[in-house]
Design a protein around this ligand. Structure first.
Ligand code: GLU
Length: 506
């Protein structure tokens, strides 16, 4: 029987979700769907000091926009719920106690001032203070490994603050397996005795994360590389509890486009691209950060771009719908080394998706922009405009600069192009062209093209002498789609009017 695949995305609601977080969610989702498994959203909000109120909603909204739906999570299919750790807080102490009783954890009563003293003392001697096998039983640190049972009890009864620390094994070569990185080994002497349970009565990330992954029957932990240093502790915790360890896969970092290091919000600000899926307003400072959605990215293009930041299909194909991604995704094809973010590539994906979008869908979005400019046109017309210009567009917001002349006569004319193409004799020629145009009965693109070109031939002049000034009159510049498509769409009356305007103004 196939093992039941259950994966989770477990963000901490400490601020807006970075695109690295969305990628983690995406890879979890793809892996789950590929194996007919379950994708769980769990909110890890045990650290009350870093809690940001609107962050959870932001996470949910971002996953919804990106179309990475979770199967279980807050408010949805709460089979293993609750899915917010703050609502599970009564549960963790019991597990910390299990480890105390089995000798895998101990109480530590050292105050933060005392620990600071130790740190300072070590620093002065050019050493680093690590709370572990090395010093935990030497008598200078105050914990249940050195105090007797009664002393411990009386301290706790007297309300003295304590934490519960994991007792890392001494000098063991711990062998671990990562689905992406392969075999990893570490000597446990390098580990510190991490706090599992804090003096405020809350579990730390490590304890809550392991307990919940176990209780929620998570089969694969797929998360960012920044959690790799926690893997030994987590593997040891599973051993301490006598629980089956899930498989681990640590995803590569998403790197800055230039220079070294992890992609940060500052890179986005500096180079002008978003690092968040949705726009985000900081609750305290009011600072607004850009989002892919608001910048005009299509959710499917965004997802396709993200999928390639760390994974590749091993072929030349780059355009993958979400279903294609589900089919092709494989942890074996996720790289170990960081994936360089490229804003140009992100735009390229959007431009590619633009070409495959239905014109009616794009027209709807464009109609909204036009409405804001006070322009209402029928949807068939807008659709036609969109199909004329979309091949040159990356975003829907590009449509206006590419097609404003379909809706409004130009008010200015490109100076360089006018100088070059509007000569002494042009006005008279355009007057004649107005007469010709007025006489055309069938005002379709093909027919106007045929008739105007025939007319030019009779005049024995180069096509450019007519075509360039005509384009200038209609568009205001030497750009835009096929000239006769523009003529057909703006209509005879408007074409004539624009020629008259140009004669007057140029
Ligand atoms: N709460 C952790 C985070 O914010 C989860 C790490 C994990 O997936 O284990 O990323």
């Amino acid at each position: 029987m196939k093992p039941n695949i259950r994966v989770r995305f477990a963000p901490s609601p400490t601020g807006p979700l970075h695109i690295g977080g969305v990628r983690t969610a995406l890879y979890n989702y793809l892996f789950a769907k590929k194996h007919q498994g379950t994708f769980v959203l769990r909110i890890e909000d045990t650290d009350q000091t870093r809690y940001v109120k609107n962050a959870e909603q932001y996470i949910v909204d971002a996953l919804e926009w990106a179309k990475i739906p979770f199967d279980e999570g807050p408010g949805k299919n709460e089979k293993f719920g609750p899915y917010r750790q703050s609502e599970r807080k009564g549960l963790y102490k019991e597990y910390a106690d299990i480890l105390i009783n089995s000798g895998w954890a101990y109480y530590a009563f050292d105050t933060s001032e005392q620990l600071d003293e130790h740190r300072k003392g070590h620093e002065e001697a050019g050493k680093t203070f690590i709370y572990n096998w090395h010093n935990r039983e030497k008598g200078r640190l105050i914990n249940s490994l050195v105090l007797n049972k009664e002393e411990v009890k009386s301290k706790i009864d007297a309300g003295e603050k304590f934490v519960i620390r994991f007792k890392s094994p001494e000098n063991e070569n711990l062998q671990m397996e990562d689905e992406i990185r392969g075999q990893i080994s570490i000597n446990t002497n390098t580990l510190d005795d991490k706090i599992l349970f804090k003096s405020d009565g809350m579990p730390t990330y490590h304890l809550a994360n392991i307990v919940d992954d176990h209780l929620m029957e998570i089969s694969h932990v797929i998360r960012g590389e920044e959690w790799l240093p926690s893997m030994p502790l987590h593997v040891l915790l599973y051993r301490a509890f006598n629980w089956e360890c899930p498989k681990f896969a640590h995803l590569p970092l998403i790197l800055k486009p230039v220079g070294k290091g992890k992609l940060s919000k500052r890179d986005g600000d500096k180079l002008g691209f978003p690092v968040f899926p949705l726009e985000y307003t900081n609750e305290i400072s009011g600072e607004v950060s850009r989002g892919y959605k608001e910048d005009g990215y299509f959710a499917d293009a965004f997802i396709n771009m993200l999928a390639f930041l760390g994974w590749n299909p091993g072929t030349e194909q780059e355009i993958f719908s979400i279903n294609n991604l589900v089919e092709s995704f494989d942890l074996k094809r996720v790289g170990k080394s960081g994936a360089k973010f490229s804003a140009e590539k992100a735009q390229w994906f959007n431009q590619q998706y633009m070409q495959n979008k239905e014109s009616d869908e794009l027209a709807k979005a464009y109609a909204q922009i036009l409405k804001e400019k006070g322009i209402t046109e029928n949807s068939a017309f807008i659709e036609k405009v969109v199909s004329c210009v979309k091949e040159r567009a990356t975003f829907v917001s590009d449509f206006w600069s590419l097609s404003s002349f379909f809706f409004e006569a130009p008010t200015t004319y490109d100076a360089k192009a006018s100088k070059k193409n509007w000569k002494e004799e042009t006005a008279a020629l355009m007057e004649e062209l107005i007469l010709k145009i007025s006489s055309i009965a069938v005002f379709s693109s093909e027919n106007t093209e045929k008739e105007i070109k025939e007319w030019i031939l009779t005049k024995d002049i180069g096509f450019g002498k007519v075509m360039q000034p005509l384009r200038l009159s209609l568009v205001g510049a030497l750009k835009g789609p096929h000239l006769f498509d523009i003529i057909e769409m703006v209509g005879k009356e408007e074409t004539v009017q624009r020629l008259k305007n140009a004669i007057k103004n140029l």
